[in-house]
Design a protein around this ligand. Structure first.
Ligand code: MCN
Length: 832
């Protein structure tokens, strides 16, 4: 081993990688088609699976005749729910939010009854994809129809039809968080009784479809009693555990691989019936099996998101100090409880107070069964719904008080010097400065000029009116401290793991438990490791998404990967350095305490010119000819990180919107946002994440809605009807950042993966309302289609399909505003 002479004079500190807008390493292979998506997999003797799906929303299966399909050319087998009844178990739900939550169970293939259009009733296994697809038509299923339960407010009434006739109610659970009872706030009822002003609203947060680019796809290869599954999933690690539990295939006999995955947005945070069935079929037939959904199947049968009816009451003083918040929601579970279906609204429960200092807060949620496809995580999962409600009602309160909406917010939000701040929901917000972010966002927007233009248009009765809407948001992400998840009855922890392998030639393999599917972890983790170990960015390879390669992991969702998984990587790197230090001390014949480590090199303090790089040490321990006696010949290291708190990114989003009062067309004139995501590892990725999130959040406000007809058919069953916007439908985004370092992780980062999606929706709706409120419009139901806007303008109400007046399921008024009285207008606990 030679010790390199390295005159200090020649040393130039390399530019830090963290903070560099590196283009993503992974993009070259992704955008040039040089990767293997699950559907590209071809295995010798591979069979193809297609799924026969229910065309009815609710019914008993009277008879299934598969004889014609079985005789079709190329068909190898046709299996029904009865055929697999012994082995298929139930699709797992890992988040029983209350002890008495009712779970109807969910067979991967329906056995006796179907509960939503698109539910699997049989599978066909054939030698080719086309043979499997063609035989679908040949399976003859007789259904005894039952009335579908489709409307949540009807479903919770006593006399309602039942979604599952073996359960005597459509309510799965009733979840309550009461700050008074939790000791984190005062008495909410008292706050409302004492209020000068109470504003009550009913908001509809419509059903959405995650609409990932790569459809769901799975390939299973049996090898004796071992199985390898490739799946377009966000959660190979969780999936493996769950499949082992559901099917009885021993966990150590099952390898799950998530190859490159083309988006998920929470929609692939799931244990899919088709994954279970493909595994069972491969086990039964002893042959590889592939299933890839069509786009229509994806829209119809992959889980949906959002779908809440929210009754929100806010209490305040006449001067504009908020004194109480009361939220009651109906959350549509769909027909079954999937992996985290019940937990989505429960997670949101803690975010309704937003960034405001409410002294009292009560939240109640009913998880309601309907004969629709189950809901589950969709980008933000519970937090966009909560943010929408609070940011909408703050605007309504401002109108009621005759205050500027921003002024009302400023008056009530947490001040920068008050961090860390424990909210009325019991969360400890870590750091931030809402004033500065807001100021910057206003400047980016050109706020003063746009307000002036708005005034001019109003005065001249311009048919095109202009409005400006805000959303000053925070969110809890970086999921999550395991103990907190445990206290919320979630079935797993929130840690993440990493390993660093120092290869003999000095190259570095980083194994991460996170599972990127568009977020660029290969690039960002390389930047972290390059800085930490002082090795070139190009010398780092990041491995992920294969339980045989990365055996431990909690996967990617909840904007957790950098904060939790990135921290595990940094901690593993620190352990590598600590191990290497012992070897370096030995080789440099120095005391460990006398060594400095920077830019990838150990130097002996006071002895300039003597240096040993960590890459040289990797070779030394590989040869293992000369290393200290009390250490092992390896500097590789593992780390597992469990955060002590969530991270709380925040930001101010401002939208300027034109509304054509003659046609109802809306157009985003300008969109500006300033987000604080703590330390930014890669500004290019962060900007991309914000843009993607904005696209989805704006799409909820303006374009997207999963619509069912009166029989329970999904009428938005293709991209012709379900309007995912293209780049051409979206405005230019003016984005900026403030940086308040997160104290809970050594990187100082907060998550960004969901921020744009959480923040943007209310800003857009608030902007549209700001444009037309003077014309008598109080609400417009999302998405703000031209028809809805026009109807709200010309016929009142919210332009949606509900009556303009009347009482909601809880006996409260739908859009009640009460100024100057001390009695709350929305009474909870009506007809349930
Ligand atoms: N990042 C950074 N600096 C920060 C925060 C994040 O450089 N302060 C970088 C990270 O290094 C990472 C990316 O931004 O490369 C996102 O990081 P993070 O916020 O930790 O989020 P996750 O990686 O955990 O991704 C999950 C999140 C979620 S929950 C959804 S939904 C979502 C999203 O990411 N789905 C996506 N972004 C998506 N992007 C794509 N292309 N496709 C999806 O399906």
């Amino acid at each position: 081993m030679t010790v390199t002479e390295d005159p200090a004079t020649a040393e130039v500190a390399p530019e830090r990688e963290v903070g560099k807008a590196r283009r993503r390493k992974e993009d070259a292979r992704l955008i040039t088609g040089r990767t293997t998506w699950t559907d590209n997999m071809v295995l010798p003797g591979m069979l193809h699976m297609s799924v026969v799906r229910s065309p009815v929303a609710h019914g008993k299966i009277a008879n299934i005749d598969v004889s014609a399909a079985q005789q079709a050319p190329g068909v190898v087998a046709v299996l029904t729910g009865r055929d697999l009844a012994e082995e298929q178990g139930s699709i797992p739900c890992a988040w029983p939010v209350t002890a008495d939550m009712v779970n109807p169970g969910h067979p991967s293939i329906a056995v006796d009854e179907v509960n939503h259009v698109g539910e699997a009733v049989a599978v066909i296994i054939a030698r080719s994809r086309s043979a499997a697809a063609d035989a679908i038509e040949l399976v003859d299923v007789d259904y005894d129809l039952l009335p579908p339960v489709l409307d949540m407010e009807e479903a919770v009434k006593h006399e309602a039809d039942l979604c599952h006739d073996h359960i005597d109610s459509n309510t799965s659970y009733h979840f309550v968080f009461d700050a008074g009872e939790a000791g984190t706030g005062g008495d909410t009822e008292q706050a409302f009784a004492d209020a000068d002003v109470v504003v009550s609203r009913r908001f509809v947060n419509q059903r959405l479809i995650p609409a990932f680019m790569e459809p769901r796809s799975v390939v299973v290869q049996p090898q004796g009693d071992n199985f390898t599954m490739w799946s377009a999933t966000q959660i190979p690690h969780v999936l493996r555990v769950m499949l082992a539990m559901v099917t009885g295939v021993p966990e150590h006999k099952l390898r799950v691989v998530a190859p490159d995955v083309g988006g998920g947005f929470g929609g692939k945070l799931q244990v899919n019936p088709e994954e279970v069935i493909a595994l069972l079929v491969a086990r039964r037939l002893g042959k590889p099996v592939k299933w890839t959904e069509t786009r229509s199947e994806s829209l119809m049968a992959a889980h949906h998101g959002r779908d809440q009816i929210q009754y929100v009451d806010v209490a305040a003083t006449r001067e504009g100090d908020v004194t109480g918040l009361r939220v009651r929601i109906l959350a549509d579970m769909g027909a079954y409880l999937r992996l985290i279906t019940p937990g989505v609204p429960a997670l949101g429960a803690f975010m309704f107070p937003g960034i405001y200092k409410f002294p009292a807060y009560r939240f109640e949620c009913d998880g309601v069964f309907t004969n629709k496809v189950p809901t589950d995580a969709y980008r933000g999962a519970g937090r966009p719904e909560a943010t929408f409600a609070i940011e909408r009602i703050m605007d309504e309160l401002a109108v009621e008080l005759g205050m500027d909406p921003l002024e009302l917010r400023r008056r009530n939000w947490i001040q920068s010097q008050e961090f860390p701040f424990t909210t009325v929901a019991g969360l400890e917000y870590d750091s931030g400065d809402y004033d500065t972010a807001t100021q910057q966002a206003l400047e980016l927007l050109g706020y003063d000029e746009l307000r002036e233009e708005q005034r001019r248009r109003r005065e001249s009765n311009d048919p095109v009116q202009l409005g400006i809407g805000f959303s000053t948001f925070t969110e809890m992400c970086g999921l999550a401290p395991s103990r907190v998840l445990g206290s919320l009855s979630y079935g797993a922890g929130g840690w993440e793991s990493a390993s660093i392998r120092m290869l003999p030639t000095g190259k570095v393999e980083v194994v991460t438990g996170s599972t990127p599917h568009g977020q660029g972890h290969e690039t960002a983790w390389s930047q972290l490791v390059a800085d930490q170990l002082g090795v070139p960015f190009e010398d780092v390879e990041v491995l992920h998404g294969d339980t045989a390669v990365a055996p431990k992991g909690m996967d990617t969702y909840g904007s957790r990967s950098l904060v939790v998984g990135g921290t595990a990587v940094v901690k593993a790197a620190d352990k590598v350095i600590a191990k290497a230090r012992k070897v370096a001390a030995h080789l440099l014949e120095a005391n460990e305490d006398d060594l400095d480590f920077s830019n990838g090199k150990f130097t002996v303090r006071g002895t300039p010119g003597t240096a040993l790089s960590i890459q040289e040490i990797a070779l030394a321990v590989f040869a293992a000819h000369d290393y200290p006696e009390d250490v092992e010949p390896s500097i590789d290291a593992d780390a597992t990180f469990d955060p002590v708190n969530f991270s709380f990114p925040h930001g101010t989003h401002v939208c300027a919107m034109e509304v054509d009062t003659e046609t109802g067309f809306v157009k985003i004139r300008k969109y500006a946002c300033v987000d604080d995501v703590g330390t930014i590892v890669n500004p290019l990725i962060v900007e991309g994440q914000v843009h993607g999130g904005l696209a989805q959040g704006i799409a909820q406000a303006l374009y997207e809605e999963a619509v069912y007809d009166a029989d329970g058919n999904l009428t938005t069953g293709s991209f012709v009807d379900y309007l995912v916007p293209s780049a051409a439908d979206l405005p230019h985004f003016d984005t900026g950042n403030t940086v308040h370092v997160a104290p809970g992780n050594p990187i100082g980062a907060k998550g960004v993966g969901e921020a744009g999606c959480i923040a943007s929706t209310p800003a857009v709706v608030n902007a549209a309302l700001d444009a037309v409120r003077h014309l008598g419009v109080q609400d417009i139901r999302m998405p703000l289609t031209p028809e809805r806007v026009w109807r709200a303008l010309h016929h009142g109400g919210d332009g949606g399909d509900r009556a303009t007046a009347g009482s909601n399921a809880y006996g409260g008024a739908q859009t009640e505003t009460t100024a100057g009285v001390s009695t709350p207008q929305s009474s909870l606990g009506g007809d349930r």
